[in-house]
Design a protein around this ligand. Sequence first.
Ligand code: ZN
Ligand code: ZN
Length: 357
Amino acid sequence: MKLRRSLLIALLLLGVIAAGAWLARTQISLAIAARVVRVHLGVDLATQLPDGLHVGVCGAGSPFPDDLRLGPCTAVLAGKRLFVFDAGSGSARNIGKLGFLAGQVEGVFLTHFHSDHIDGLGELLLQRWIQGGQTRPPVVTGPEGVEQVVAGFVQAYTPDRGYRVEHHGDATVPASGFGATARAFKGGETTVLLKEGDLEISAFPVQHDPVHPSVGYKIRYKDRSLVLSGDTRKSPAVLAAARGVDLLVHEALSAPMVDVLRDGAKASGRDRMVKLFDDIKDYHASPVEAAETARDAGVRYLLLNHIVPTIPPLPGLEGYFLGEAPKVFGGPVRVARDGDFLSLPAGTQEIRVTRRF
Ligand SMILES: [Zn+2]
Ligand SMILES: [Zn+2]
């Protein structure tokens, strides 16, 4: 009897607490949100990470709509310097979600000018300017043609420069820091683009016909290194660049999965789409081909990105996408998602994989 009474009182108390929490739900949520904002804005990821190379996936996707993967974007922190490779749609937002400020981005490197790789460039440049308050614009480096791409974005965003300067004042958003400076290099040959202290960034031509020029990038910082394939078929140039690097970030297309879409389009009488699905298969690499390159180059870790097509979130389909790739490579293979974060601390052989969001 006594036990039953205690139980009743406890239940009553719990009910009162739950009701109180429900009534105060907005205040509680606001307090949590305010705390998250303070923590988030107070974080400078660059100072919290060990010295080394760090790779944040700010876009693991392709032109296909994908809830887990926005347009191509890879953020690379080398020591304290932050660079972005390709700026697909949503890049600036994902860079923020990774814990970086767009204002910290020192420079952008483009692999080629397919729309999915540049869709987010305007937003990234604007966010960098607004958040960073820099007096000089960043350099956007790419193969020949980058001047035209940068000039187009700068022109399109020029009215916004006027609004922002008028609204916030030149002291907060200096007009001189708006836009970007294009820096072109010859995409047909291997080129060292930056060599300062412990950091070296170079570009090499890849095979993405008929897209000329189209390049991949190699980044070396102290004793750690990585290669970004860019968009390419299986390419000896990627193999040569990736020899002995720690991390190969390679694009990947599953032809059998594209064929599922192709057959669906065929059955629906959408012949134009059938042709498009057939065409895209000839200028990308399969997961197995990426794995062969990773194996032959002797890399430590293979991260597949630029995932084509969208992998539906159903059991078994990521494994189907990979096919024999894990067996062929033998080392760790990961299908990248936005928010993946790979840390390569200098002076170690470690590759630590975490999720930032
Ligand atoms: Zn692409
Ligand atoms: Zn492409």
